[in-house]
Design a protein around this ligand. Structure first.
Ligand code: SF4
Length: 295
């Protein structure tokens, strides 16, 4: 695999408002899960050939150095700009070794992924949760496996991700679902939203954090529209998006208010958290470290 030079790998996160995280960590650049809506393809990030995964040079040595020098303990997140459980991770084990270091230096972990390869590291996540918060966020945007195979072709289908949620939850690891994006005209049906909440309940998920819409910007928008035309040629989705949103960045699903009400009602009934402050508070329960900031 190609490598890219790296000076820093663990960077401070802004304010802790996003799942209470204190730091971000990216061990890889690029992602081969090839989600057709991926925001990381946007021009503003400047990542060439995004679908090709590269690893950061000396990543583990840098992570060790950075963790050993940080004054403030906290929760380290991974999975923002590339999936930490891409298929190469199976052999390379960069994510696994970084988690081992989080355990060794007593940091918490927040992982976002679409892969059930995370189950391989259930043991280390368990060790970390003995001293620090752990949050596993598995993305599920549809309960329909044939649709998830079209929209997220390089990732395991939704049913395998839900099985991963079940196994992590059974192991006592704080786990939930990122229901984002919910794609307008494709995933914004009451059946899909209710289906995800019910599947989450069955798999023991503690939370679902949603985004009822998608963000589109330069480069990524054109990529997305081209894929929509290839995958759903008869649905005229490019025209429908352009008519509905023009060049807008935030594209909320039509009928977002009603879907939001339905979503909240279903989550309340299922006892699933969906407000960020509630999710953060639940993930911190039992950890008394005053250095871990709630906001
Ligand atoms: S898994 Fe995440 S980073 Fe990878 S292509 Fe999909 S949205 Fe992008």
């Amino acid at each position: 695999m190609d490598t890219v030079p790296a000076k820093k790998i663990i960077t401070p996160a802004k304010g802790g408002a996003w799942f209470g995280i204190d730091y971000n960590m990216n061990l890889y650049r690029g992602c081969c899960h090839s989600c057709i809506y991926c925001d990381s393809r946007s021009n503003c990030y400047g990542i060439e050939d995004f679908d090709k995964v590269r690893m950061k040079e000396n990543a583990i040595a840098i992570v060790r150095r950075e963790l050993s020098h940080k004054v403030k303990k906290g929760v380290v997140a991974t999975g923002a700009m590339s999936d930490p459980y891409n298929p190469f991770e199976n052999e390379l084990k960069l994510t696994r070794r970084a988690l081992e270091l989080l355990d060794e230096y007593e940091y918490g972990a927040a992982i976002a992924t679409k892969s059930d390869l995370i189950l391989r590291d259930k043991d280390i996540l368990g060790f970390i949760s003995e001293h620090s918060p752990v949050i596993c966020k598995i993305t599920v945007t549809t309960v329909d496996d044939s649709l998830s195979k079209k929209l997220e072709p390089g990732a395991p289908p939704s049913s395998r991700r839900l099985e991963a949620v079940a196994q992590l939850s059974n192991a006592g690891i704080f786990t939930g679902i990122l229901m984002m994006p919910v794609l307008p005209f494709l995933e914004d049906t009451p059946e899909n939203i209710v289906g995800i909440v019910r599947a989450a309940k069955e798999s023991g998920a503690r939370f679902i954090y949603p985004a009822l819409g998608v963000t589109l910007r330069q480069n990524q928008r054109e990529w997305y529209f081209n894929r929509l035309e290839e995958l759903f040629p008869s649905q005229r989705l490019r025209e429908r998006y352009q008519h509905q949103y023009g060049n807008r960045y935030q594209c909320a699903v039509p009928g977002a208010k009603q879907l939001w009400s339905l979503f909240c009602q279903e989550c309340d009934r299922a006892g699933i958290l969906y407000k960020m402050q509630d999710i953060i508070a639940a993930s911190r329960m039992g950890y008394e470290n005053p250095q871990l900031s709630l906001f």
